[in-house]
Design a protein around this ligand. Structure first.
Ligand code: SAM
Length: 517
């Protein structure tokens, strides 16, 4: 187990924040035993692979030189929005014109190397020494795609959704937005971390991500308090009431299983809120399961046990494999409740696809940054940007209507298909994110919910991708006799995620929402 003390985390953050201001292009961040190593390249060296494509054309060389100037300005004036605007204009201009010239002048040498460098600019590969998995990351204050998202609304909450996909230079693999970690105070310096889109490599990609997190951060998910309060009010309180009514006496000790627990703080905090709402609670023990081991200073229950919680246990395992193991379930259960919060969506699928804009998007080519951010279009031009991070349903999944990033996503498609064909049509390409039904199926092909309901009173799911139809389809496939399910809505709360409870029919009475079966 990697043990990191508070002091070394502070030092790691300070050291990284200092390196993140350097006028070198970052390439790779490697987590070592208790520190971090950042590899970077001089500007000239980074762009070396584009020389054959660029150097026969003075226009591209000039564009690159102007991007360098804008990049240096952003490094020197990280809070200056005018510098951000010029930088984004230059970056997206280089990207757009490089792709255009690659199509118009097919005899030019090696366009893909040039596009690869531009798309992967200011994107790092994240690795852990001695581990196979790779993730990606970007330093928010210098990544042009992130800064573009920040430009559009003022003031805006920084979110990793501004950069929905990353493709580090030299790779053809995509990485999807996951979390931001703050590494310095004022001005705030954040690193966006992204796991692999490719499902066979996804689980391993959480390893460097977890190592990096524990080396720089004591903090859990910034939204966990709100989420925990919502869970307690919306789901746990009615379930507890149902349990009290059913037993007619105060329920006995209970064990709660949390799959994909992260730091475990969500469950712990939800339990604390429940105690505040309901007064005395039955004695409880917590069993946390996560693919990554718990970390001192971050994970609940390692340092000391909390009031009302009799016992805390951590198991490091894949949640689907564990739930497949009948012996383990019998030995560790029965459980009062099982949580699966924000873990199923770690298996979601991502595809860049053509998207039909809505009439309400009022879309024109002017939303492309190389057009609307040109100095002569200011100040109104900035309003043409379409970089919303509000989720929208499309093509059976979710998109963010970030049409201004069209060329960025096209560049990724070109690199994946090794063909410029995709850039020839007029379609608007965006990433679509979809629930993966395999998240609810164990490795031996059984239903995760059926397995859990054999040993627990209720399964509580919080998920950003699961929709009611996904649970209904799962039931149609596996039966789930003797269970009931509720999609929890209609109680005045709205969050990004959907909440579902699968339990026995007698327990659903107090839950507000739509009965799925
Ligand atoms: C977004 S965090 C959610 C943490 C917590 N449940 C919450 O809602 O705040 C997802 C967690 O799932 C874990 N995870 C991802 N895939 C997993 C798997 N196959 N088995 C177990 N844990 C997994 C990750 O390590 C991470 O800690």
């Amino acid at each position: 187990m990697l043990v990191v003390s508070g002091t070394s985390r502070a030092e790691n953050r300070k050291d990284l924040a200092r390196q993140c201001c350097q006028p070198r292009v970052p390439l790779r961040l490697t987590t070592q035993r208790s520190g971090l190593a950042l590899d970077s390249a001089l500007w000239r060296k980074y762009w070396q692979p584009c020389r054959a494509f660029f150097e026969v054309d003075l226009r591209l060389v000039q564009r690159l030189n102007r991007l360098k100037k804008a990049w240096l300005n952003v490094l020197q004036h990280p809070a200056d929005r005018l510098c951000h605007m010029t930088y984004c204009w230059r970056y997206f201009g280089l990207l757009h014109h490089a792709m255009r010239i690659a199509i118009e002048e097919p005899r030019r040498p090696d366009p893909l190397s040039a596009i690869r460098r531009i798309v992967g600019f200011e994107t790092l590969l994240l690795e852990a020494v001695g581990e196979v998995g790779t993730a990606a990351c970007a330093v928010a204050s210098r990544n042009p795609v992130f800064l573009l998202g920040q430009l559009a609304v003022d003031p805006t909450m920084p979110t990793p959704r501004h950069v929905p996909l990353l493709m580090p230079s030299g790779q053809e693999d995509l990485y999807y937005h996951y979390r931001q970690l703050q590494i310095s105070g004022t001005p705030a310096q954040r690193v966006l971390v992204s796991p692999a889109v490719d499902l066979p490599r996804r689980a391993d990609s959480f390893i460097p991500l977890d190592r990096f997190t524990r080396l720089v951060s004591e903090r859990a998910d910034p939204y966990w308090k709100t989420r925990a309060r919502l869970l307690a009010r919306r789901i746990l309180a009615p379930l507890l009431d149902a349990r009290r009514e059913a037993t007619a006496t105060e329920p006995g000790p209970t064990c709660i299983l949390d799959l994909g627990a992260g730091t475990g703080e969500l469950l712990a905090k939800a339990w604390t809120y429940l105690a505040r709402m309901k007064g005395a609670l039955p004695q409880a023990s917590f069993h946390f399961v996560d693919a990554n081991p718990p970390a001192f200073g971050r994970s609940f229950g390692l340092a000391r046990e909390r009031a009302g919680v009799t016992h805390v246990e951590w198991t490091t395992a894949d949640y689907r494999a564990l739930v497949d193991d009948d012996q383990w379930l019998r030995k560790s259960g029965p459980f009062g409740w099982v949580f699966a919060c924000r873990v199923l969506d770690n298996a979601s699928n991502f595809m860049i696809e053509p998207i039909e804009p809505d009439d309400s998007d009022g879309l024109s080519l002017n939303c492309l940054p190389h057009r609307c951010l040109a100095p002569h279009s200011q100040p109104d031009g900035i309003r043409c940007l379409r970089v919303s991070t509000v989720r929208r349903q499309a093509r059976g999944g979710t998109i963010y209507p970030q049409f201004s990033l069209r060329d960025y996503f096209r560049g990724m498609l070109i690199l994946q298909s090794r063909s410029l064909d995709v850039a020839r049509d007029e379609a608007w390409h965006l990433p679509v994110r979809r629930f993966n039904p395999a998240a609810l199926i164990t490795p031996s092909g059984r239903s995760l919910l059926a397995q859990l309901m054999k040993v627990s009173g209720a399964v509580i799911i919080e998920d950003v991708d699961a929709q009611p139809e996904h649970l209904r389809q799962h039931r149609a496939q596996f039966g789930l006799a003797g269970t009931a399910a509720v999609f929890c809505t209609g109680d005045g709360f709205r969050t990004e995620a959907n909440h579902f409870v699968v339990t026995s029919p007698g327990w659903v009475g107090g839950l507000r929402g739509e009965r799925l079966w």
